[in-house]
Design a protein around this ligand. Structure first.
Ligand code: GTP
Ligand code: MG
Length: 683
């Protein structure tokens, strides 16, 4: 068949992605069964699938990291990367996408999935990755397929090309017709579908749908257009050639249907992948890599096995990679390969060297990170794709449950971050806190579970401390005097301080105006130190800022004065003076930019009112049809769990970025509560 003329041979790497819970992990399982990699089809419910084998995935019955499985179909090797659907775990998908040959977007026939689907299709369109849409759970379909496709169409910038249509028997779907092959199949439970003859209405429907498909293909093929206009039946090979070409060129997104739980539609999906997806040659062209003999591989995921070894999952893009291959990146030596493994979920099998196109795990690349482009040639290669982690939106403070684990926690965090670059850890020395930033509640929960489960460090978490400050509203001149006579040597220091508020954002300024040496020069720095000591905890319990202190007078004693005595005197001056200066609480205000589908914009408005947010403006989001940007200013304390509400108002797709803007005075009940909580915590 001429199909084989355009068919590319060789190993493929295919991403399975799509909205949350659409059936990707189940589809992977069905593919592995149908291609003979496994003998029994596991289910997500029973926790028996090849994908999602980690403790955390099983526990939550959802994918929380990608799973990799390699299988063989009709003589070619296929590696599938099952990506998590939850927006909180989207980073894994983004790190992999540039290096796959094609993607299968698994989606349900559900209008509510359009926003999520749109996010995913955008990534694929922007990266120019050929992709199919697999309409899963067709066993539960209630709508005509054409209606479903028109509901989903707004999510895609290229036409969704329906190339299979279901066969209905009353209310249920019993099979499908492949419009390119012009063949009808009836589904068999857990077995390949059987070919049947189409007759009557079904045949008419097939003809209609087929014509629509051909019309879409003809938009990019003048010859086909002429054939259609002149009613000449186009040869089947031509149709397959067009399907292949238009898929690879990103002109259409072909739509297939099936039921992953019953392995229905899976064989046809595999055949489409076999005939129509490109191989690594095309992928390296897209990435701008010159074909050569030197080993080149890109790390798409890093994980640590139970027995302590680090594994780097790589797509081999050139040459041959085997034990002993020594890799470099532009910055460093990445390590020497010890072990090449074929993956099947968490199962791994040692194998021989891997060739261009294959996706394998490499052992012991201690200095390789996810995203690195590794080369073994003389010349290191700059990264073929830059995948920046999405900005984090939610934080928790973490600490080891037991003090003895403090050091272990540090190591565990390092490994955790290696596995998951969408986490950030920040040390807050002021609050003595380790703050972990992530993509949402579930993401952070899973991260803490991993620390306990995989890395053996049980931890406790709490809300991170908000960076409150305090300042004063009026000035005062205050004496600070320290005098102690205890037996032999006494202590004496005496200062007069002029304390004044400064404009917002000025910080702290210390000056002196000592005349006649009433406070000797060498003691003045100690006075300043004493003042700084006192500013650490003002009368409200917080760091005091935006304040000027001028040393204007004082006295000393030739024997009893010392650095320490003047430091204490300086502190006393402030401790006694500040409460009289009308102290006031300051809270950090952030500039927040929320992005959301336009229909949710009004909800954002309401949300801001409940969170002391001040709306600065609305805009349409550049390059995003049907999306808005809402700019607001909001107290840090309210930004804390904002993401939870933004997501729930936007079917999960809304997000935001924020950055500190200024400190603002806070008075009234909220301020009183914050001060009381601080006092209680300090007591
Ligand atoms: N009725 C029906 N249910 C399905 C089908 N495929 C998957 N499911 C169910 O849908 C749920 C989610 O399946 P998963 O395979 O975990 O979906 P997923 O897309 O991998 O989920 P995430 O990775 O967490 O986004 C499970 O309860 C499956 O049993 C299908 O074809 N028909
Ligand atoms: Mg999954």
């Amino acid at each position: 068949m001429a199909q084989n003329d355009t068919r590319a041979a060789g190993p493929r790497c295919i991403a399975l992605l799509g909205p949350f819970q659409s059936g990707k992990t189940t589809l992977l399982e069905a593919i592995l069964l149908r291609t003979g990699a496994i003998q029994r089809q596991g289910t997500v419910e029973a926790g028996t699938t090849v994908g999602d084998a980690s403790q955390e995935s099983r526990h939550h019955s959802m994918s929380v990291e990608l799973s990799v499985a390699t299988t063989t179909f009709m003589g070619d090797s296929y590696t599938f990367i099952d990506c998590p659907g939850s927006v909180e775990f989207i980073h894994d998908m983004r790190a992999v996408l540039p290096f796959v040959d094609a993607a299968v977007v698994v989606c349900e026939a559900d209008e509510k999935k359009v926003p999520q689907l749109q996010l995913i299709l955008r990534e694929l369109e922007d990266l120019k990755i050929p992709h199919f849409l697999f309409l899963n759970k067709i066993d539960k379909a209630e709508k005509r397929i054409r209606d479903t496709v028109s509901v989903l169409q707004p999510a895609s910038r290229v036409p969704l090309l329906l190339r299979q249509i279901p066969i209905w028997s009353g209310e249920i779907i019993t099979g499908f017709t492949d419009l390119a092959l012009e063949r009808a199949y009836v589904y068999k439970e857990h077995a390949p579908s059987e070919i049947i003859e189409l007759t009557g209405d079904e045949l008419d429907r097939e003809k209609d749908a087929r014509f629509t498909m051909l019309e879409t293909l003809a938009d990019h093929d003048d010859e086909l257009m002429e054939q259609l206009l002149e009613d000449i039946p186009p040869p089947r090979d031509k149709i397959f050639d067009d399907l292949t070409k238009e898929l690879r060129d990103g002109l259409v997104c072909p739509v297939l249907v099936g039921t992953a739980t019953r392995t229905n539609g899976v064989l046809r999906l595999m055949k489409a992948l076999r005939h129509e997806t490109p191989t690594v040659d095309k992928t390296i062209k897209r990435l701008g890599l010159k074909a050569g003999n030197d080993p080149v591989a890109n790390v798409i995921k890093t994980f640590h096995t139970a027995h302590g070894g680090k594994m780097s999952v790589v797509r081999v893009l050139g040459g041959q990679v085997g034990d002993g291959t020594t890799f470099v990146t532009p910055e460093r030596e990445a390590g020497r390969v010890a072990g090449v493994f074929k993956l099947l979920g968490q199962g791994s099998e040692k194998r021989g060297p891997a060739l261009a196109g294959e996706t394998v795990a490499l052992g012991k690349l201690d200095h390789a990170n996810t995203g690195d482009t590794l080369t073994a040639g003389k010349q290191a290669h700059p990264p073929l794709a830059q995948v920046t982690a999405l900005p984090p939106v939610l934080a928790i403070a973490v600490a080891a449950k037991e003090r003895k684990d403090d050091v272990k926690l540090g190591q565990a965090l390092t490994r955790l971050l290696e596995e998951d670059p969408s986490l950030t850890v920040i040390h807050n020395p002021e609050a003595h806190e380790v703050v972990m930033w992530g993509q949402g509640e579930m993401h952070l929960r899973v991260a803490t579970e991993r620390l306990a489960g995989r890395f053996g460090v049980p931890i406790v978490t709490r809300k991170p401390t908000v960076g409150y400050r305090e300042t004063i509203k009026k000035g005062i001149v205050q004496r600070g005097r320290h005098k102690k006579q205890s037996g032999g040597h006494g202590q004496f220091g005496d200062v007069v301080l002029d304390i004044k508020p400064l404009p917002r954002g000025s910080g702290f300024a210390f000056t002196e105006e000592i005349k006649g040496g009433v406070v000797p020069r060498n003691y003045i720095p100690s006075v300043e130190e004493g003042v700084i000591d006192a500013l650490k905890h003002g009368p409200l319990g917080f760091q005091v800022v935006d304040i000027a202190v001028k040393l204007i007078d004082g006295s000393y004693h030739t024997v009893d004065s010392s650095d320490m005595a003047f430091r204490i005197a300086g502190r006393i001056g402030l401790v006694e003076g500040l409460p009289q200066c009308t102290p006031v609480l300051l809270e950090p205000i952030h500039q927040v930019e929320i992005v959301c589908p336009s229909e949710a914009t009004a909800k954002m408005n309401a949300l801001m009112a409940g969170r002391r947010g001040q709306i600065l403006g609305f805009d349409t989001r550049a390059g995003w049809d049907g999306w808005d940007v809402v700019r607001v200013q909001m107290p840090e304390a309210e930004v804390g769990d904002l993401i939870v509400e933004v997501r729930s108002a936007t079917a999960g797709v809304g997000s935001f970025t924020f950055k500190f803007d200024h400190m603002a005075e806070l008075t009234g009940r909220t301020a009183d509560q914050i001060v009381a909580a601080r006092k209680a915590a300090a007591a």
